[in-house]
Design a protein around this ligand. Structure first.
Ligand SMILES: Cc1ncc(COP(=O)(O)O)c(C=O)c1O
Length: 347
């Protein structure tokens, strides 16, 4: 049986969180002389002289409505990268514990593990970029605290099969983090709908992709209320700034516009994939459930540099095991995609 307290670092279990000025104050008041702010005002306007709500109550309440979870099941981070880092700090003892990831995948799991002195266990995705479940479970050690599964996976673009993830969630006694940064572009239900079944499940999402808010830095981790309360305890108190909280609340009122944008991006993705398939330089176009496409080309370095010379930046992924010869192309606007295709024809 999974018990959260069994895997939380002893120092984290013991510690008390920072108590912010606004945490200690209860009731109503007009004069705030408790937080060493600039009470004369803000040079940036908009009451930004005041610290933001450290608990992001309004924002979590609204996100909970939109995502169909309880506010207590939501942790908000300064990008999902902050959630990834805090998950390591919550359960992995530096120099002792390990995490398991499945390359080719998102690079921050490894970077964050290295930063936190957490050993890396690597199991390669299969040739069709799925999770080799038995191999993963065979590799689990007593020190393995987190397994990261990215679905849809970056940079390959595909969803990971549900059955395999379920098997891992049931068998593994640590955290299974499913990174759904690109879920809005996929024809699939989020794993957030299964939180009640798996106390060791953490689902990451972000406002950086479909919501178009990468510059504001807002990431989400959905998990049990118990787990979220630990993440909240160890986060920097004011990790989500006031502008981000305000703008996210506004964006959350624009669900129709979100749907339209996603639809347009998915349509463009399909057109782009079709056009790429007909290019002599393209050897293979991998299926995509995301807002990018992994493409195998003859000579990835040459194609990458040629595109760069033409003012077009794509991601060269050819040095990643499993992605030899591949570039990753984000779906752009209709116009940008045409510029890319024209350049590739001329290659
Ligand atoms: C799979 C995956 N997870 C997380 C992130 C980071 O998201 P955020 O901008 O919320 O830190 C990215 C960004 O590219 C990503 O590809």
């Amino acid at each position: 049986m999974f018990k959260l307290n069994d895997i939380i670092r002893p120092n984290v279990l013991k510690m008390k969180p920072y108590s912010s000025a606004r945490d200690e104050f209860k009731g109503s008041a007009n004069v705030f002389l408790d937080a060493n702010e600039n009470n004369l005002g803000s040079l940036a306007g908009n009451n930004y002289n005041r610290y933001p709500d450290p608990h992001q109550k309004k924002l979590k309440t609204r996100i909970a409505e939109v995502k169909g979870v309880k506010p207590g099941q939501i942790f908000l981070g300064n990008g999902s990268d902050e959630a990834i880092d805090l998950l390591f700090r919550m359960v992995c003892r530096p120099g002792q514990d390990s995490m398991l990831h499945l390359p080719p995948t998102y690079g921050m799991y490894e970077v964050s593990a290295n930063l936190n002195d957490v050993a890396l266990q690597t199991v390669q995705l299969t040739e069709d970029f799925q999770v080799p479940v038995e191999e993963v479970l065979l590799n689990v050690k007593p020190t393995t605290k987190i397994i990261f599964i990215c679905s849809p996976n970056n940079p390959t673009g595909n969803l990971i099969e549900q059955g395999g993830i379920e098997d891992i969630l049931r068998a593994f006694k640590g955290l299974v983090v499913i990174d759904e940064a690109y879920i809005d572009f996929a024809d699939a239900r989020s794993w957030t709908s299964r939180l009640h079944e798996f106390p060791n499940l953490v689902v990451l999402q972000t406002f950086s992709k479909a919501w178009g808010m990468a510059g504001l830095r807002l990431g989400l981790a959905f998990a049990s209320e118990e787990l979220v309360s630990v993440l909240d305890k160890i986060k920097p108190p004011y990790n989500i700034n006031e502008a981000t909280q305000e703008l996210a609340l506004q964006a959350l009122e624009r669900e129709e516009a979100l749907k339209d944008m996603i639809e347009e991006i998915v349509q463009e993705r399909e057109l782009l994939m079709e056009a790429l398939l007909s290019m002599p330089v393209v050897e293979h176009v991998y299926p995509s459930d995301a807002n990018f496409i992994l493409v195998k080309v003859g000579n990835a370095n040459e194609v990458y540099n040629y595109l760069l010379d033409n003012g077009i930046v794509v991601r060269n992924r050819s040095y990643l095991p499993g992605c030899e010869g591949c570039i990753r192309i984000s779906v752009g606007t209709l116009e940008e995609n045409q510029i890319l295709l024209k350049a590739l024809v001329e290659f």
